[in-house]
Design a protein around this ligand. Structure first.
Ligand SMILES: Cc1ncc(COP(=O)(O)O)c(C=O)c1O
Length: 414
């Protein structure tokens, strides 16, 4: 376990400014930034020394490009990796490299043990269970797994597949294909003028009695909105729909408990949450996972193979075809431990600071940004850039938001 950060020796506002200084040297007088925004930032035990030590944990940030320090704001696309994650990959190849689930020699037993320990750790980290925590290549593959293995077997003509207008295309295109191939209808849950999901619209869709499956982002990469997923899942499941939540932008920023959210499927991706590229996670409901046919075939997912037929392995291996990404599993596990130091409050705090700093400063210099709609779009851009500051939040059915600006919730192509 990482030691807790030291107790603050500065006032909240001072601390905010000092932390902000990590991202950019201050060139503008402090008075130009709206102070009330800084006051909203949680300041829980963070000091300059602590923040600098966090920065030092990310080796790439010690690089200079064109003679200048790197300021990285693209974490929504992929996060940088702390030393602990790089070390986990290196240690696996230096000391334990062997294939898993098949051999009894020491290296192979170690690799298998570490791989399954990583699964248990990730299950625990997300509030799930190891046997229903499936490793995929990324969130996109996790969503496709559900679209193919559950969707093709259960969605029929005249059924409705419900998505929202704030999805990443990885949580949109698989459903478009499913609808094209099954004759189901793809419908969109609307977004209000201030960037929130129209939950009254949800009731209208559910009243048709045809919604078979719904796929909703936990945190939108388009707007930065945090959706009240537990509430949405409850209403959808009461209406008999199967629900997939795309947690790709939530896992790096929020404490997530998949049991508490209660979705049938919860998908996320490792590389946005300090982990390596090449690994994603699907948490699924046991009854559904057991009833589905495999998505990909061959390798670890078989139990027996005959000339004409085969039988499938137990959960979770039934959905892990071929040789798994062993190094990535060890690394995502290391990332989850490291995240106690960086993610959650600290990243949200840093995110808030950066977003608030930009939102406070830019309108002073760029007159067009004084318009409310420009502020909302700026928030979306900041969210997409990785500052993670939501433009609006909806929690437990209570809506709070920063402004009443218009948003065109067009899916963002990355
Ligand atoms: C909300 C959301 N879902 C899914 C994805 C896809 O993630 P991956 O490319 O790792 O599959 C992204 C990536 O930007 C995302 O932001």
């Amino acid at each position: 376990m990482e030691p807790s950060p030291p107790t603050p020796d500065v006032s909240p506002a001072d601390g905010a400014w000092r932390l902000r200084g990590l991202f950019r040297r201050r060139r503008t007088p402090m008075t130009r930034v709206r102070p009330h925004r800084l006051g909203q930032v949680p300041q829980q035990g963070r000091t300059d020394a602590w923040a600098l030590s966090v920065r030092r944990d990310f080796p790439v940030l010690s690089r200079r490009i064109a003679g200048r320090r790197i300021v990285y704001l693209d974490s929504a696309a992929t996060s940088q990796k702390p030393q602990a994650v790089i070390d986990a990959i290196s240690a696996y190849y230096r000391c334990h490299n062997a294939n898993i689930h098949r051999s009894v020699y020491t290296l192979a037993k170690e690799a298998t043990t570490f791989f399954e320990a990583a699964r248990s750790r990730i299950a625990c980290f997300a509030g799930g269970r190891p046997d229903t925590t499936i490793f995929t290549r990324n969130a996109t593959e996790a969503i496709n797994l559900v679209a193919y293995a559950w969707g093709r077997a259960n969605v029929r003509q005249h059924d409705v597949v419900l998505v929202t207008k704030m999805e990443h295309h990885s949580n949109l295109v698989p459903w478009q294909l499913l609808c094209q191939q099954t004759g189901a209808e793809l419908r969109y849950l609307d977004v209000s003028a201030d960037g929130l999901l129209r939950l009254d619209d949800l009731d209208a869709h559910l009243s048709s009695g045809r919604v078979k499956l719904a796929a909703v982002a936990h945190v939108s990469n388009v707007l930065g909105t945090i959706n009240p997923v537990a509430e949405i899942v409850r209403r959808l499941r009461e209406a008999g729909a199967v629900v997939l939540i795309d947690g790709s932008q939530a896992m790096p920023h929020l404490p997530v408990d998949v049991q508490q959210i209660g979705a049938d499927f919860y998908a996320w991706t490792g590389h946005k949450a300090l982990g390596p590229t090449g690994i994603g996670v699907l948490h699924g409901r046991r009854e559904l996972l057991e009833g589905m046919e495999p998505f990909l075939a061959g390798g670890d997912m078989i139990s027996t193979v005959d000339w004409h037929t085969s039988t499938w392995n137990q959960l979770p291996w039934k959905y892990e075809a071929g040789t798994s990404m062993i190094d990535c599993a060890l690394a995502i596990s290391a990332a989850s431990y490291a995240s106690h130091r960086y993610v959650g409050l600290s990243i949200t705090e840093i995110s808030s600071l950066t977003a608030d700093w930009a939102l406070g400063l830019l309108p002073t210099h760029v007159p067009a940004i004084r318009e409310p709609c420009a502020v909302l779009h700026l928030r979306a851009v900041l969210a997409a850039l990785g500052t993670g500051q939501p433009s609006a939040t909806q929690r437990n059915g209570t809506e709070t938001h920063a402004g009443g600006a218009r948003a065109d919730a067009v899916p963002r192509m990355r």
